[in-house]
Design a protein around this ligand. Structure first.
Ligand code: HEC
Length: 138
């Protein structure tokens, strides 16, 4: 019993820690003006879509920047997302899967899952924006 309580506390503490970086909690994103993207889409439908990129920039700042860095320039706590590459690198499916499921191993939340917060539509806007960033210096 004692062991279980300890474990529960550890889980709680690690989750709280992950969310305690910065003062912004995960937030749903308004995607009005864009068509709704289905769950099973695995190729970015918003590549080059201006409105999507604009929405994605805000969505990134609210939900991702505290770990992945302002302008997606990593400060070291989390991977630099510009390094995932663009249209030719075939990382769309990996990207959406990662954002939906997060990175949780042995009860440690390295990255929280976003599937209950962000719709696929919102996640793809973030992808569309990240792809516009210059990654030449990586
Ligand atoms: C609490 C900090 C945190 C937040 C918030 C966060 N991430 Fe992460 N993210 C991480 C960490 C840490 C990793 C590396 C996970 C690992 O060790 O497996 C990661 C990994 C990723 C990866 C895989 C990168 C790679 O090179 O393999 C993607 C894609 C990603 N995050 C996207 C996002 C997006 C998009 C958001 C916002 C919706 C976001 N993350 C929010 C911490 C965070």
């Amino acid at each position: 019993m004692k062991k279980i309580t300890k474990l529960a506390f550890a889980l709680f503490a690690s989750t709280t820690f992950a969310f305690a970086h910065g003062d912004v909690s995960p937030q749903a994103v308004e995607t009005k003006g864009l068509k709704n993207i289905a769950e099973d889409v695995i190729v970015n439908p918003f590549r080059g879509n201006e409105l999507a990129m604009e929405i994605g920039k805000g969505a990134y700042n609210t939900n991702c920047a505290r770990c992945h860095g302002l302008g997606a320039v990593s400060g070291g706590i989390a991977p630099d997302l510009r390094a995932l590459g663009g249209p030719d690198d075939d990382t769309d499916e990996y990207f959406i899967g990662k954002v939906q499921d997060g990175a949780v191993r042995n009860g440690n939340v390295y990255m929280p899952p976003f599937k209950d917060v962000l719709t696929p539509t919102a996640i793809w806007t973030i992808r569309a924006w990240i792809e516009t960033l210059n990654s030449d210096d990586l």
